[in-house]
Design a binder for this molecule. Structure first.
Ligand code: ADP
Length: 438
């Protein structure tokens, strides 16, 4: 870099030098105010000059850092910028092509909806699965795609920020929909909240699932009779005194395992009845307080056996109130939660069953002071047959919570839990206060 390359204007150093010189001359001629004034002006010009020089140096540094260039090198800088621009454009083009080819070849239908519920983009699989015309897909909105109340409600949920999933029969196929909220930037304006709709044809999986459910239902049903026969035969052997005292231990093992199998078969067939829709709910009006006291009474023998206290808490506004539900299923649901709570409770602790109203929901909760559920297990405990490490040595089938989950769902509600490991666990079952129609 050479001195002549500095661009800052020359008038600043000249003005600085001139003002300072004139100021000094006036001072020597005893013209004090004018002399000092000119000197101050000189200082001001000097400061301005310093600032200009500093910013010029910064610009030069930036340019040098860019390509070790000097002023004579501008054409080279320009061409390298141009090349970089071309490379960026090529990269954008490649990414666009990649996105396009992924969307085109994907078997899953993808539709992007903007915040005004307009269709922003879609892929061929979406068009094929939905059977919508191109006119609808290019110009339409969410309602043109799916206009049944459930789908609209689920899409609303996603537009409000919650992921949602549902399935629908459409032209003889079963389609599963998955709506994910996301930010869509359609132009230079701020990003809008839209949704990405993923659509999959699950007709085949559903057929397989039905075959699986039928098989489980038949197998568990068929196994019940031989298991009962084994129990009766083993009991007879004991009662008739045919077994020598040294053999009794083995008969007891048979009986214990037959009981476990019966429990398992009952749970499996119950779950399959719920899953296949064979279980029909029968809603009646239930006196809430009396019903819950019965539930507690039924759980008391197990609680006594485990030396655990039972407690019931009913929100005052629910005292003497009736609740429309299926008492058999509600009892089954709470019984499962209570028996878990008791099973996992330490001696002399208390299991609390409480009920309260929360907007349009009635919330049943079961709290215990057991080992809790660790975060790593929290996503899995509602799976069939999943049991945590802490359940080792505790009797159970691993199906109770799966039954609770399905029962809550068919009753129009949901189940979830909160837990502090090593301290407590509370399961919540939320059911609609108003009975679901149909
Ligand atoms: P199980 O017959 O084993 O109780 P569940 O399906 O009812 O089967 O429960 C699944 C697993 O969830 C249990 O084995 C246990 O590991 C865990 N679990 C359920 N309830 C509790 C609880 N109140 N405290 C701690 N762990 C629990």
């Amino acid at each position: 870099m050479q001195a002549r390359d500095f661009p800052p204007t020359l008038w600043l150093p000249i003005a600085t030098f001139g003002s300072a010189l004139c100021g000094a001359l006036f001072l020597t001629a005893s013209r004090m105010p004018l002399g000092w004034g000119l000197l101050a002006l000189g200082l001001y010009f000097l400061w301005l000059w310093y600032r200009r020089m500093r910013s010029a140096l910064a610009s030069l540094k930036a340019i040098k850092a860019y390509g070790e260039a000097d002023w004579n090198d501008l054409p080279r800088i320009w061409s390298s910028l141009e090349q970089e621009n071309i490379a960026l454009k090529e990269q954008a083009y490649r990414e666009d092509q990649l996105r396009h080819s992924i969307l085109t070849n994907l078997n899953v239908g993808i539709v992007l909806l903007g915040s005004l519920r307009q269709i922003v983009t879609f892929n061929p699989a979406a068009q094929r699965l939905l059977g919508s015309s191109s006119r609808v897909l290019f110009k339409g909105t969410a309602t043109d795609l799916l206009n049944d109340p459930e789908s609209l409600g689920m899409m609303d949920k996603a537009f409000n920020g919650d992921t949602s999933a549902w399935s629908r029969d459409r032209a003889g196929r079963i389609l599963s929909f998955y709506a994910v909220p996301l930010s869509i930037k359609t132009d230079a304006s701020a990003a809008d909240l839209g949704i990405l709709l993923a659509i999959q044809d699950i007709t085949q999986q559903e057929a397989l699932e039905q075959t699986r459910q039928k098989f489980i239902s038949n197998a568990s049903h068929e196994l019940k009779t031989p298991v009962t026969s084994i129990r009766v035969a083993a009991e007879n052997l004991m009662d008739d005194g045919w077994i020598p005292p040294e053999g009794e231990g083995n008969i007891k093992i048979i009986l214990r395992n037959v009981d476990r199998m019966t429990l398992l078969l009952n749970d499996i067939s119950e779950l399959s009845r719920i899953e296949t829709g064979a279980l029909k709910l029968e809603f009646i009006s239930i006196a809430l307080e009396a019903f819950l006291k019965d539930v507690i009474d039924n759980a008391s023998p197990l609680a006594k056996y485990k030396n655990v206290e039972m407690s019931l808490e009913i929100e005052p506004c629910l005292m003497d109130r009736n609740f429309v539900s299926d008492p058999l299923r509600l009892n089954q649901l709470l019984e499962n939660l209570l028996s878990n709570a008791i099973k996992f409770s330490p001696e002399k602790s208390t299991v609390l069953l409480s009920v309260r109203l929360e907007n349009q929901w009635i919330v049943f909760s079961v709290r215990d002071n057991g080992p809790g559920i660790s975060p790593k297990d929290s996503n899995r405990i509602f799976e069939r047959f999943y049991r945590t490490q802490t359940a080792r040595g505790v009797p159970g089938t691993g199906l109770g919570l799966a039954i609770v989950k399905h029962l809550s769902r068919i009753m129009g509600g949901e189940v979830n839990f909160e837990s502090i490991p090593c301290r407590e666990t509370t399961f919540f079952v939320r059911l609609p206060w108003e009975t679901p129609k149909g």
